[in-house]
Design a protein around this ligand. Sequence first.
Ligand code: DX5
Ligand code: ZN
Length: 212
Amino acid sequence: MKVAVSFISSNYDLETTIKKIDESKADYIHVDMMDGIFVENCNFSVQDLKKMFKETTKPLDVHMMVCSPNKYVKEFAKMKNVEYLTFHYEAHRRPIDVINMIRHTNMKVGLAINPETKVSHIIPLLNHVDQVLIMSVKPGKGGQQFMEDVLYKVETLKDIREENNYHYIINIDGGINGDTIKKAAKAGVDMVVSGSYVCKSEDYDKQIDSLK
Ligand code: DX5
Ligand code: ZN
């Protein structure tokens, strides 16, 4: 199981948290970006993120919780170590345009869906994405409870991938801990995002190991 660690709810300050994740066994640093419009909270600009991740070495799994994600693509393409650039299906009227913009960079395309969004809406897009991010909490903050009823989407996405020979990975974000990981793993996700379970602990690697 691949593990991406989100740093937005932590016991340490931002700089220390990011350093600790970068030095841990995490496969990715999951970067949550919020604009105060798509979600209530507002945190970093791309310029802020560029500074924050200047020294880190792990690949970045960027999760844009923003309206008009197309506006940010060019700037993210200039940031180092961004492997996945993920945007929300609900955030743009023509998601295929955003997908095409990202595909023209050297970043991989991620498509996120909110808990209430059905897989049927994104079927025409699945041939064009490298990651599907299933939200298992309402996007916007860490430390919420895992919504088990989104797990059926994992099964559906696995079937569609197999039938069509698509290549996307299935990632899940929100409320992942030592218990809920078992359900996510059983459903068949390739990757999980974990925030507070890792960053509110003393021993990051111990928590990450329990998810892997
Ligand atoms: C939620 C964010 C998540 C969050 C995960 O809006 O996208 O990445 O930080 O945090 P936990 O694991 O605490 O739910
Ligand atoms: Zn996230």
